[in-house]
Every structure is written in structure tokens, then in C-alpha cells.
Design a protein around this ligand. Structure first.
Ligand code: AMP
Length: 425
């Protein structure tokens, strides 16, 4: 029988790589705390209608990328979450049915599932870090969300990122613009590719962010969405841009930015990295005031949020050498058994050290002393502690620093103190 492999588009993460995840997660947790965001965790699956209503049935995600199944023949269809915002809003509405709650600031680091064609930076199971500000979507709130995202990138040391921003206006603005865009595109209809022709009827705005150069050539001359926005919306967008400039956050107004999810309105943004090749979007977000009602909420809950792909973050950081300082940490001490028959002593010593807060490894496989030393070095242990007949009899043990080869002999009780002291150096 052929050996099992991971499902296509899903990846395993081993300790060599997990240190990178932990590092990024730590930065995310500390920066989100600076802005007063707390973590939210929601179920991995939701009823399928949540995404159909929330994300929109004409989007790529809902149209062709969802992992959907029936839990039982008479059950309601369930989908593995392809994004977090709809689920977070659903959870929030469920917890606060009457609305009227103060501002909530939530963040997540969560696994998502989309049936896309796997390639570099595109997986079928992937992870997003994101934040949602619920209860307010003023220009100040939008800029707070963007600042948080940019501060995470900045703290990680990423450079060469581009923040693109646009306003999608309100529903009325977009519907007016949709007609204008169709009028503009009508004479080019035969020149559009198949995907764009399909979008022409259902969701012509998505033609704007086509990756096909021929289509890009056509939409370059299209009327601008920003020009269709009512003056109040335009003034709000200008305030967002003003606040960004005030914070020295560089941006580029991108008239073709529409985002692939239906729930966005007014400000939308995206961050791209030149390190990412074809899949260059690192993250994106925007305002989504309409979502709460779309999900059956009794009140409109103004909201703004963003999501960043963790795998792409790792690719970009790797390319910029930002993991170089992340050295794996070995155990502080490896207990080396010198003579057979002392296994219990060694185990007891390891146990004492661990209880005293010293990270400790010991031989579990009855290996020779040479093999144990090799293992201690492979694990990058700081010290070797030798346990032999003489040591057990005298109660004094030799501790060898594996970097400097210096040795000291100490009573067992003194060892944790010495090791904890040395780990502070
Ligand atoms: P979206 O929810 O589509 O706006 O995606 C936000 C971010 O999630 C993107 O900019 C990517 O960094 C990441 N992302 C989206 N889809 C995938 C995928 N299939 N594989 C890996 N990362 C993804």
C-alpha cells in the first residue's frame, strides 16, 4: 500500500518551522494588546448559509471554493470556514442579540479552508491573523485597524510593503457605478476573458481586479468608483487618508481595488509585498457595516477589520532574512547516564531539575554514553550532567558546559540555582 500523504494543499509544520509561528504569534499578541484587542475563537465550521449570506453568492469563495458537506442526510449543510469575519459577526450577534453594546475589539489567529488550486502562497488549509473592530467604523476606527496591521508588519521588520486603499462607497453608489462600468465595458465585451464575461452580469466590479493583462488594459480607462461616491462618503474617505498621512503611513489610492468579498463598503484596503510573486496580497480589509443585518441582526453594527495570511507573512519574512536571529533553544541540561543500572537515579534527578524550573532531557533509549553526548549536542543542550556510581555515592555531580567545556562539581541541590543563573546570562 502506498504511504499516506497529507491532503493536497495542506501542510505539516514541524518544530524547525513552528519557532517562526510562535515568534510571529507573540508579536501579534503583544501589538494587538497595545491597541486593546482581545482574542476570539469561533468554530471551524458554520452553517453554509452564513457564508452565502455573509460573503455573497457571486464571490469566488462561495461560488467555487467552499468545503461543504451534509453532517447527516437530513441535516443542514455545513461549511469549513473560508474566512473569519462572517463567523465572528455571527458569534457577536448571538452573544449580543439586542445590539447596543459598546465597541468590541477582537483578534484571531485561525485556520481557514478554501478549495483553491494550490501553489506557492496558496493553500487549501491556511491561517489568517486578523482583527475586527465592532460597534464603530468612523475614519478613526478605520485608521486604528490599519495602524494595528501596519505596526505588526513593522514590529516583524518587514519592509517594501505597499498599502493600497480605495472607497467602495455605499450600496447606492456601487449600484450606480456598476451600471456605469457596464456601459463602459459593453463595447469590449468580446475582448474580455471568460471569467470577466461571467462577472459582467453578476459582479462587474470584480473585473477591475482581474490579473489578466488584456483585461487590465481595458479597465485602465474605466470610470472611477471614487467619482461615483456621494460627497459625505468622499469626505469620510478623505479623513481616513488625512489620518493615515498624519501617522506617516504611506498609501496609494488604487481605483481598481474592490476586494473579493461582498460585505465591504466604503473604505477597503490591501497590503501587497513584492516578495510574494503572483500571490502578492499579504492582507486586506475594510469596513463592513452591512454585514450584521445581512446575517439577521436587528441593528446595523458598524464594523471594520482586516485579515493577513500567516503563510505569506512567513514567505515574505523568510525572503527578507527576518528569521536569522531566531535560534532554536535546546534544553538547559542533558542528564547523561554513565553506568548501567542507574536509570532510576537519572530519572529522579531529571524530575527534580524540571520541578525546579530547569528544562531537562534524559536518555530514554538506553544508549551508550557516546551516543548520549551526541544526542545532547544535537538537541543543543547547554550542559551535560553526569550520573555515575561515584556521583550517586558522593551526592556530588559534574556539570559540563557544552559550549565552553568548563566543568564544575556540585551537590545536586545547588545545580538548579547554577543552571537558572547561567540561563540569565
Ligand atoms: P482574503 O480573506 O481573501 O481577503 O485574504 C486575506 C489574506 O489571506 C490574503 O491576502 C492572503 O495573505 C491570505 N490568503 C487568502 N487565501 C489564501 C490561501 N488560499 N492560501 C494562503 N493564504 C491565503
Amino acid at each position: 500500500m502506498a504511504q499516506f500523504q497529507a491532503v493536497k494543499g495542506a501542510k505539516d509544520i514541524f518544530p524547525e518551522e513552528i519557532v517562526r509561528w510562535h515568534y510571529i504569534e507573540e508579536v501579534i499578541r503583544s501589538v494587538t494588546a497595545l491597541y486593546g484587542f482581545s482574542e476570539v475563537r469561533t468554530p471551524v465550521f458554520e452553517y453554509t448559509e452564513l457564508f452565502q449570506r455573509g460573503i455573497g453568492s457571486t464571490t469566488d469563495i462561495v461560488g467555487k471554493e467552499m468545503f461543504t458537506f451534509l453532517p447527516d442526510p437530513n441535516g443542514r449543510s455545513i461549511t469549513l470556514r473560508p474566512e473569519m469575519t462572517a463567523g465572528v459577526m455571527r458569534a457577536f450577534l448571538q452573544k449580543n442579540p439586542g445590539g447596543g453594546v459598546p465597541v468590541h475589539k477582537l483578534y484571531y489567529i485561525s485556520d481557514l479552508f478554501r478549495k483553491e488550486r494550490p501553489q506557492a502562497g496558496r493553500q487549501r488549509q491556511f491561517t489568517q491573523f486578523g482583527a475586527e473592530l465592532l460597534g464603530v467604523s468612523s475614519p478613526a476606527a478605520v485608521v486604528e485597524a490599519i495602524s494595528l496591521m501596519m505596526q505588526v508588519f513593522g514590529t516583524l521588520g518587514l519592509h517594501g510593503l505597499k498599502l493600497r486603499i480605495n472607497s467602495l462607497g455605499d450600496l447606492e453608489d456601487r449600484s450606480r457605478y456598476r451600471e456605469e462600468l457596464r456601459r463602459y465595458l459593453e463595447p469590449y465585451r468580446d475582448e474580455l476573458d471568460e471569467a470577466s464575461r461571467e462577472r459582467f452580469e453578476k459582479n462587474p466590479l470584480r473585473i477591475l481586479d482581474s490579473k489578466n493583462p488584456a483585461v487590465q488594459g481595458i479597465v485602465a480607462g474605466a470610470p472611477k468608483l471614487l467619482d461615483c461616491i456621494k460627497p459625505e462618503g468622499r469626505a469620510e474617505f478623505d479623513r481616513v487618508l488625512g489620518y493615515l498621512a498624519d501617522r506617516d503611513i504611506a498609501y496609494e489610492v488604487d481605483h481598481l481595488l474592490v476586494r473579493g468579498l461582498d460585505y465591504y463598503g466604503h473604505t477597503a484596503f490591501e497590503v501587497v509585498s513584492s516578495e510574494l510573486g503572483a500571490q502578492d496580497a499579504l492582507g486586506g480589509g475594510g469596513r463592513y457595516d452591512a454585514l450584521s443585518k445581512e446575517l439577521g441582526g436587528s441593528a446595523e453594527i458598524p464594523a471594520v477589520g482586516f485579515a493577513v495570511g500567516m503563510e505569506r507573512l512567513i514567505i515574505a519574512m523568510e525572503k527578507q532574512g527576518l528569521f536569522a536571529a531566531l535560534s532554536p533553544r535546546g534544553p538547559q541540561v542533558f542528564v547523561v547516564l554513565q553506568d548501567a543500572g542507574l536509570e532510576e537515579h537519572a530519572m529522579r534527578i531529571a524530575d527534580r531539575l524540571r520541578r525546579a524550573g530547569v528544562t531537562t532531557e534524559t536518555d530514554l533509549a538506553g544508549r551508550s554514553m557516546k551516543a548520549q553526548m551526541r544526542e545532547a549536542n544535537r538537541l543543543l543542550a547547554g550542559f551535560a550532567l553526569f550520573v555515575g556510581q561515584d556521583e550517586v555515592a558522593s551526592g556530588n555531580f559534574t556539570l559540563k558546559n557544552l559550549r565552553t567545556s568548563e566543568q564544575v562539581t556540585l551537590a545536586l541541590d545547588a545545580i538548579p540555582g547554577v543552571l537558572l543563573e547561567s540561563s540569565k546570562l
